[in-house]
Design a protein around this ligand. Structure first.
Ligand code: 2F8
Ligand code: CA
Length: 138
């Protein structure tokens, strides 16, 4: 299989960058309606791939600590996470209201791949959806 028009391909994954902003939950539902879910980042290579999506744009990823403060879980329920790419000083739960993780690209400094920040889930920003192709995919 291959990824549809409008989706980007990395290994066996298909990735969709939304063209409008929405809260974390609305974004997640939008991904589900597209047969996907908010992106789960499984490797450094995937983190670097996502870093190329844009210059200084925020988008939701499938990571939240809404269930229990400080316990970050991917949308597939997995925890602890194997790879984490928080920006320096993050996650900081600023004002006690930041339970959803966003990705901020740093194309202006490719050496810094740490890009995650926890933000209020009610913030309206872009999102990246992902689904995995069935093998054979390449
Ligand atoms: O300095 C990092 C800090 O910046 C902002 O707060 C001032 C972000 N807030 C929002 O995005 C709403 C914090 O998440 C971030 O930690
Ligand atoms: Ca934060």
């Amino acid at each position: 299989g291959r990824c549809p028009d409008g989706w980007r391909t990395f290994r066996c994954g298909c990735y969709y960058l939304s063209d409008s902003g929405a809260t974390w939950s609305v974004s997640r539902q939008d991904c589900k309606d597209r047969g996907a879910d908010l992106v789960i980042i499984n490797s450094r290579e995937e983190q670097v791939f996502l870093n190329q999506f844009g210059r200084n744009i925020y988008f939701w990823i499938g990571l939240t600590d809404s269930e229990k403060e400080g316990i970050w879980k991917w949308v597939d329920g997995t925890t602890p996470i194997t790879s984490q790419y928080w920006r320096e000083g993050e996650p900081n739960n600023a004002n006690g209201v930041e339970n959803c993780a966003a990705f901020n690209s740093f194309n202006n400094n490719a050496e810094i791949i740490e890009s995650w920040n926890d933000q209020p889930c009610s913030l309206t920003i872009y999102c990246v959806c992902k689904y995995t192709l069935k093998m054979p995919c390449q």
